[in-house]
Ligand binder design. Sequence first.
Ligand code: B12
Length: 152
Amino acid sequence: MIVRAIILLSTVLLVLDSGLMTYGDPLRALPIRLSVVDSHSDIPALMYYTTVVEGGVLLGAMRRLQQTQDHFKFTVSEDPDYGLFLESVNGVASTDQTYWEVLVESSGTTVRISMGVGCYVPKANDHIILKLTTWPISRENTEHELEAFTEK
Ligand code: B12
């Protein structure tokens, strides 16, 4: 009986230990760059260096940057379907005609991310670009833009 109890206890400890080894490794901080581009103003593009936890979302890196860097701030709003929408960057808010587009440059290619900042998981050395972009409001342009979105 005692032997059984000891075997059971050892098994439980072994399982717990292997679980802790899998989930308990220190989190790696991956370096990323983040640029803010507002071509609607005379403000030159700003570039920041920050880190994202391996497997962590862009929002986490942006929050870390906001806490450590006086000149970077942003706000988000919550959409019931798609999560967090980036509303403003460095005090410049999106409007009916503009929004903060989120792009990523990686290995020389720049693409628009296909989800919000609360879901996107950056890779090491990604260059994230927050770009104030005109949102086409004419019907013709809107349809074109809708196609570009839905093709993805
Ligand atoms: C129009 C549109 C936009 C417009 C909305 C402005 C406006 N005044 O209408 C603009 C250009 C701002 C936009 C931006 C983005 N969008 Co958009 N957008 C759409 C689109 C084509 C239609 C939405 C719509 O009008 N629905 C009808 C209305 C009545 O419903 P609604 O719930 O009120 O719609 C709102 C939300 O959809 C919200 N919204 C739109 N896009 C996004 C993206 C995110 C991440 C969030 C949280 C909310 C949100 O804005 C709408 C108006 O208020 C959808 C695709 C589709 N066919 O549904 C993509 C779509 C929702 N967008 C998408 C994406 C990825 C983005 C961007 C992240 C792209 C980028 N890399 O920059 C950015 C958001 C960046 C940020 N600042 O956080 C994805 C979301 C996928 C996901 N799983 O998260 C979709 C599904 C397109 C796709 N297939 O990839 N978008």
